[in-house]
Design a protein around this ligand. Sequence first.
Ligand code: SF4
Length: 256
Amino acid sequence: MVDDTPRKAAVIVNGFDPDSESFKPRRHEVDATGFTTVLDALINIKETMDNALSVRYSCRMGICGSCAMVINGKPMLACETKVLDELGKKGEVAVEPMRGHPILRGLVTDFDDFFAKHRSLEPWLIRSDMDEKFSTDNAFALTDAERDAFIPFAECIKCGLCVDACPVANTNKKFKGPQALAQAYRYFADARDQGGAHRLEIADTLEGAWGCEFAGACSKVCPKGVDPAFAIQLLKSSIAMHGMGLDRKKKPTAER
Ligand code: SF4
């Protein structure tokens, strides 16, 4: 049972100050019960103690991915993390912005590059017809097996935590990153999609699938169980099985 007795807890907010281009840690005391999330505590701090605190959030229930940040050194969603679960021996929890994305202010990071990389892998169904849009006869109804082939990877909420955790993305800013590459496989594996060989070609680069060194950190931090590391390995094997793999002289052998 969750303990709803309030306890004192300290939240150390190591926010970024763009004017001085430095981090300015601030310590705030909050009352926390077993229900209080880190996001609840940050909203309380902003409303009652430090209205200059910059923090991004929306749904508060692990769906929008907006409140991704680093909590006690781990990339996590603030809305899914309980303050009391994270208190160290000193009764403190430390929060800071993700360092794997450009930092704008406070705890807020810039996602322009993240979404540009996502878009570059064409995360939409490629079709030569528009039947699904205009037909009412379930033209693209999926079997259970067809659905299971991509649904686990379709759970991505675009929080960016996997990119923050990825050692390659943090050292090579050209790398497309685990989120974008997992979504490339998500659409490749979708039986309704006709982009097959084209999708593999755009992922078949050193900045794409072959940049992944299979550290697996992305899958450990993903709050939705997407397992981007596994998706990228499936993408690599799909590229190889279609006679591609950084060798442009070879032509893809099949659509899927
Ligand atoms: S794959 Fe997981 S960690 Fe990465 S953006 Fe999607 S939900 Fe977030």
